[in-house]
Write a protein that binds this ligand. Structure first.
Ligand code: XMP
Length: 517
C-alpha cells in the first residue's frame, strides 16, 4: 500500500483516486502525521502532495525525516517536489514566470518513471508530455545526488530524481486528467517503482470488507437505515453477504421520495436480496411537521429531526442490536477529519442529514469508510445490485422537501413526482441520463396562466434542472437538445394535472446552486 502525505492541495483526493485506479490501496494522512504512525503504516511507497504554501517562506511544512529513512520510493508532486528539493539541499525560488494550465514538458535521462510514456516527440526525437501545471515557485538548483528528468520552457527542473534512492519529484500534476498520461505515470510509480501489485479489485475489496465486518461485529445483530441512495444500498448488500439475516434495515418513507421509490427499495432489498427491511410509512407525520413552514433551512432541520425520531422509535422495538451500520465514504472521512492542513477542505455540514444521536448507544460499523464513490459503485455492481440503482443521480436527504419551494404539501409532492418521473424517463429514453450528473424537476408555487380548452387556468410552474459536474462544487447547466425539452414540456403539461408552464434553468454554479433551495 501507498501512503499519501497531504500538504493541503485541492488535488490530494485525486492522487488517492489515481492510485486506487491503479489497483493499489492507499490512504491520505496529514503531512505532519506522527512519525511512529508513518513508520508503522507499512507503505511500499510515499507520495507527497502539492500544497498552497511557499517552500522558501519561513516555517512552512516539511516532510518528517522518517519519510526519507524508511528506504521506500518517494514521489513529490508540486509542493511535495519543492520540499524534497529544499530538504535535500537544493534551492527553490519564486518563479518570475508562473505557470498555470497546460504546458509541454520534455523528458530526459531515461527515468523509470516516464519510460515509454509520451504524448508527442519533437524534431530531435525527444519525448514530450502534455501536462497540467499550477505553481508559483520552482526548483532552481538540484540537490546533490539528483538529476533532471524533465523540463519546460519556464521550469528547467520540471521533474527531478535520485535514481539510487528512488526519490522522484514532478512539478506538474499527474493526478489531474488534463495531464493525459497522468494515470500511467502514477501507475508506473506504484507498480514498477514501489512494487505494488494490482490487487485492489472489486472482488478483493469485498473480501477484505467482509473479513473486517466479521472481526468487528462478531456474531452481533446490526441495524442499518436504508435511504434508497447508493451508499446505504451497498452497505446493505455487503452486510447481507457478510452476516446474512443478522442485518435488519429500517427504511423510512418520508413522503418526499421520487415516484415509486419506496416500492423499488422494497423490491430490490426485501424481495430480490432477501434483506429484512422494515418499511415505515411516515408520510403523514413528515407533512404534518412541515405544515406551514417555508424557510429552507428550517425545513431541512425538521426533516432531519423527524427522521431521527421515527428511526429511533422503530429501533427501540428491536432487541439485541448493538451495531449501527452507516454508509460513510472516504471523502466524508477526509473532509470531516480535515486531513492535512485543512486548507482545501469544504465541509458540507448541511448535507449530512440523518446523523444519529449518541444516546442510542450503538457502536458504529462503517464498511465503506475507505472507499471512493466510484469504488462503492463498482462493488455495488459486483454484489449484484441493479445498475439503475447504482448509477442513479444523487438525491438530497430532505428529498422533494427542498424541491418544492416554500410550503410543502401532498398535492405539490404528488405533482412534482409525476413531472420529475416524466423528465427522467425521457432523459433515459434519449440516452442522456448518464451524460448529466443530476437532473430533476422543481415545483414553483407561483400561479401562471395557461389555457385549458376554452378556459384560462392559473396553476403552478415546473422548472427543470439538469447539470454536468464531476464534484458538485461547480456545475454547468446541461445543454439538452431542444427536441427533448420540447417533448418533456408537452408531456408534463398534458399528463400532470394542474401545471400551467414548464421552464428550464440555465444558471451555472456558481452563482446558482444545483438545488433551488
Ligand atoms: P447544491 O444545491 O448545494 O448541491 O449546489 C450540491 C449537491 O448536494 C446536494 N444537496 C443535498 N444533499 N442534503 C443532502 O443530502 C441536503 O440538504 C442537500 N442540499 C443539496 C444536491 O442535490 C447536489 O447533489
Amino acid at each position: 500500500r501507498i501512503l499519501i502525505l497531504d500538504f493541503g492541495s485541492q488535488y490530494t483526493q485525486l492522487i488517492a483516486r489515481r492510485v486506487r485506479e491503479a489497483g493499489v490501496y492507499c490512504e491520505i494522512h496529514p503531512y505532519d502525521a506522527d512519525p511512529h504512525f508513518i513508520q508503522q503504516f507499512g507503505a511500499k511507497g510515499i507520495i507527497l502532495s502539492g500544497g498552497p504554501q511557499s517552500v522558501h517562506a519561513i516555517a512552512t511544512p516539511r516532510a518528517h525525516s522518517i519519510v526519507f529513512e524508511l528506504n521506500v520510493p518517494i514521489l513529490g508532486i508540486c509542493y511535495g517536489m519543492q520540499t524534497i528539493a529544499a530538504q535535500f539541499g537544493g534551492r527553490v525560488i519564486s518563479a518570475t514566470h508562473r505557470e498555470y494550465g497546460y504546458a509541454q514538458v520534455q523528458l530526459f535521462g531515461h527515468s523509470p518513471l516516464f519510460r515509454a510514456i509520451e504524448d508527442h516527440t519533437n524534431s530531435a526525437g525527444d519525448a514530450l508530455l502534455d501536462v497540467w501545471m499550477s505553481h508559483g515557485d520552482r526548483v532552481d538548483s538540484l540537490p546533490p545526488g539528483f538529476q533532471v528528468i524533465a523540463a519546460t520552457a519556464h521550469a528547467p527542473l520540471a521533474a527531478i530524481a535520485d535514481l539510487n534512492r528512488h526519490i522522484y519529484g514532478v512539478q506538474f500534476h499527474p493526478e489531474v486528467t488534463h495531464t493525459r498520461q497522468g494515470q500511467r505515470i502514477i501507475a508506473r510509480f506504484c507498480h514498477d517503482i514501489c512494487g505494488c501489485g494490482d490487487l485492489w479489485t472489486p472482488a478483493n475489496i469485498i473480501d477484505d470488507a467482509i473479513d473486517r465486518i466479521h472481526a468487528r461485529v462478531g456474531n452481533d445483530q446490526v441495524l442499518l437505515g436504508l435511504s434508497g441512495g447508493v451508499d446505504s444500498a451497498v452497505v446493505a448488500a455487503l452486510l447481507t453477504r457478510a452476516i446474512g439475516d443478522r442485518l435488519t434495515c429500517i427504511f423510512v418513507d418520508n413522503g418526499l421520495l421520487r415516484l415509486g421509490e419506496g416500492d423499488q427499495v422494497m423490491a430490490t432489498f426485501a424481495q430480490h436480496l432477501g434483506v429484512r427491511v422494515i418499511r415505515v410509512n411516515a408520510e403523514a407525520r413528515f407533512l404534518d411537521q412541515l405544515a406551514g413552514i417555508d424557510d429552507p433551512e428550517q425545513k431541512r432541520k425538521l426533516i432531519g429531526a423527524t427522521f431521527i425520531d421515527v428511526f429511533e422509535e422503530q429501533a427501540a422495538q428491536l432487541t439485541d442490536i448493538h451495531w449501527l451500520a452507516q454508509g460513510t465514504i472516504y471523502p466524508d472521512v477526509i473532509e470531516s477529519a480535515g486531513a492535512g492542513t485543512g486548507k482545501a477542505k469544504v465541509i458540507k455540514s448541511h448535507h449530512n442529514v440523518g446523523g444519529l444521536p449518541e444516546h442510542m448507544q450503538l457502536k458504529l460499523v462503517e464498511p465503506l469508510r475507505e472507499l471512493f464513490k466510484d469504488e462503492v459503485r463498482r462493488i455495488g455492481i459486483e454484489l449484484g445490485l441493479p445498475t439503475d440503482l447504482v448509477y442513479r443521480h444523487p438525491f438530497p436527504g430532505p428529498g422533494l422537501g427542498v424541491r418544492i419551494l416554500g410550503k410543502v404539501t401532498k398535492t405539490a409532492a404528488d405533482t412534482l413526482r409525476l413531472a420529475d418521473q416524466i423528465f427522467i424517463e425521457e432523459l433515459r429514453r434519449a440516452d442522456l441520463y448518464d451524460q448529466v450528473a443530476q437532473a430533476f424537476a422543481v415545483f414553483l408555487p407561483v400561479n401562471s396562466v395557461g389555457v385549458v380548452g376554452d378556459n384560462r387556468q392559473y396553476a403552478p410552474v415546473i422548472a427543470l434542472r439538469a447539470v454536468e459536474t464531476l464534484d458538485f462544487m461547480t456545475a454547468r447547466w446541461a445543454h439538452l437538445p431542444y427536441e427533448l425539452l420540447d417533448r418533456v414540456c408537452r408531456r408534463i403539461v398534458n399528463e400532470v394535472p394542474n401545471v400551467s408552464r414548464v421552464v428550464y434553468d440555465i444558471t451555472g454554479k456558481p452563482p446558482g446552486t444545483i438545488e433551488w433551495e
